[in-house]
Design a protein around this ligand. Sequence first.
Ligand code: FAD
Ligand code: FES
Length: 250
Amino acid sequence: MRELIATILENKKIAEDVFSMTFACDEAIKVRPGQFAMLGVSGFPLRRPIAVCKAEGERITVCYRLKGEGTRRLAFGYSRGEKISVLLPLGNGFFVGEQEKKVAIVGGGVGIFPLISAIREYADTKEIFAYMGFRSKAALCMEYEMRRGKSLVIATDDGSYGYHGTAVQAFMEEIDGIKPDVILSCGPMPMLRALKNAVAGRGIPTYVSLEERMGCGIGACLVCVCNLTNGEHARVCKDGPVFEIEEVRI
Ligand SMILES: Cc1cc2nc3c(=O)[nH]c(=O)nc-3n(C[C@H](O)[C@H](O)[C@H](O)COP(=O)(O)OP(=O)(O)OC[C@H]3O[C@@H](n4cnc5c(N)ncnc54)[C@H](O)[C@@H]3O)c2cc1C
Ligand code: FES
């Protein structure tokens, strides 16, 4: 993990309430898909956790949805050439083994961003089947990045684009035809719960990235603790954010 002052190269709106920020670090940083950054936002004591969407040498891109004051300040208070304090890379990230060739990716909401990093990492060596859910066409972004895999289904809650329904529903209609070796997922809790129920008993290794509220992002404050199914607890920032779906209570 590095703490650095990066230079913002671009910070722009890419969809309704969604922004993309690219910043340059002082050296190339190796980031696993699913790892995240803690961004220091001026005027706020706590950094904001945001997944790394693209890591290209010293250039890092994160995408974020406007939620509260911090993300609003990020969107409207920072422009090209300004500096931003960043901790990265943080967390464990996704890992797909050698023998796992068919990878299903199921994402929704801001959960699509760490999954884009997984698509970029594995598109050349694996067969990627992606199912990505959005509220509506207005929220859709980064479609060209999601298309790097073998197939992509975009689902919208209101049916304004692509499949009318959720990413989990779209995936479950095709799962028997694909027979994935592994499933990677990130999205809101109800989506992860639906996925957990839908794939239960199929014996497919399924990894989910959790989005908990965080304080430090480095394992020290215990703000992000989640419950494991064996009765123990884990820190989402340090032990996760990626967990095997059967391992965590969701
Ligand atoms: C590992 C990880 C990766 C994430 N990746 C992304 C991403 O790629 N794009 C994106 O848009 N969002 C992502 N989030 C969610 C993002 O961190 C929150 O939306 C953001 O912190 C909200 O800050 P705010 O000041 O605008 O909102 P406020 O609600 O005002 O925030 C108040 C406090 O609560 C924390 N908080 C609020 N909501 C969340 C949340 N869902 N998760 C964690 N902390 C939260 C804030 O960090 C802050 O400390 C991620 C969260 C985690 C844990
Ligand atoms: S956010 Fe502090 S321990 Fe995880």
